[in-house]
Write a protein that binds this ligand. Structure first.
Ligand code: FAD
Ligand code: FES
Length: 287
């Protein structure tokens, strides 16, 4: 191997616009149109990340999209985990990858969830649909350091019983005595005997001290808007509510302006934002 080639490779590795190559270790179908992919970096390295960060994933020859990391931040060697809904060209190509096939990875990018700041507080996690995926690393982190936190409530809403993500893990978490779990569906069907209605209706069931609570909210923007309203009504301060925003992205490093949200760039300043810092943007059309 020549010195020039080595230098080029080092330069490429340091360039945040150049994807590194990973390979699909395995994939699991979670829902009809949702797959969880476990990737491993071709060079054998572990990609360290914070809960709430995302990667830009390339389906070679198709395109690149931002996808949150849904695995355990503390699990070195566990592979790089992403949960993807097949909504279009790139997400569909990623969802259809076969084991061993190559994927491009840039990242991790962005500001994650305030897992450290939440220490000593009660924690309310409000998730809708696929919004549970970017919050799953938070749940792993809280459970791994459970004594550092007060009461923990996970409130999850899905469209129907067949749309409940990570169902077997939710069952495991439900059996734990130190996390309160409530699940609701918009429309009941089959043998569903649980709650029916919007996820915000679960909030009165949760036990937390609003004066000492940190809330993390992720889901469709309409759900987040109502979620924030319900948390505020319950007495949680805007400075203690965090949301993860989605905008279309190109560079993911704050250069191109594609993801601009008022004065902020979602890729660089988010995707996780404190509610009171989003300010008037929250009354804008999309949230
Ligand atoms: C920070 C961040 C994190 C994200 N994390 C995840 C994740 O963990 N898992 C995941 O599956 N997706 C995630 N997304 C969304 C994902 O990036 C988009 O779904 C993807 O870019 C769609 O590209 P595509 O080429 O497959 O679809 P396109 O061909 O571009 O779009 C196909 C159709 O789907 C619609 N569409 C595009 N994006 C979405 C969307 N997010 N929801 C619903 N409809 C959409 C388009 O309007 C279009 O009608 C994230 C986005 C951001 C910004
Ligand atoms: S995606 Fe380019 S600035 Fe955010």
């Amino acid at each position: 191997m020549s010195m020039a080639f080595t230098t080029e490779r080092i330069a490429a590795a340091a360039d945040p616009m150049v994807p590194r190559v990973a390979r699909l270790r395995r994939r699991r179908r979670d829902l009809n149109d949702v797959w969880t992919l476990v990737l491993e970096m071709e060079d054998g390295s572990d990609l360290e990340f914070a809960a709430g960060q995302f990667n830009m994933l390339t389906a070679f020859g198709v395109g690149e999209v931002p996808i949150s990391i849904s695995g355990d931040p503390a699990k070195a060697g566990g592979g790089l985990v992403h949960t993807i809904r097949d909504v279009g060209f790139v997400s569909g190509a990623l969802a259809r990858l076969a084991p061993g096939e190559a994927v491009g990875v840039r990242g991790p990018f962005g500001v994650g969830w305030p897992v450290a700041e939440a220490q000593g507080c009660d924690v309310v996690i409000l998730a809708g649909g696929l919004g549970l995926a970017p919050l799953r690393p938070v749940i792993y982190s809280l459970l791994a350091n459970r004594r550092r936190y007060g009461k923990v409530a996970l409130l999850y809403g899905a469209r129907g019983p067949g749309e409940i993500l990570f169902r077997s893990e939710l069952e495991q978490w439900r059996r734990l005595l130190d996390i309160e779990l409530h699940v609701t569906v918009d429309h009941a069907e089959g043998d569903w005997h649980g709650s029916v209605g919007v996820v915000t209706a679960l909030l009165p069931k949760a036990d937390f001290d609003p004066d000492n609570t940190l809330a993390m909210v992720c889901g469709p923007e309409i759900m987040m808007r109502f979620g924030v309203g319900a948390l505020r009504d319950a007495g949680v301060s805007g400075s203690a509510i965090y949301l993860s925003m989605e905008r279309s992205m190109k560079c993911a490093i704050g250069l191109c302006g594609h993801c601009q949200l008022g004065p902020a760039f979602v890729c660089r300043d988010g995707p996780v934002f404190r509610h009171d810092r989003l300010g008037s943007l929250l009354s804008a059309k999309e949230i």
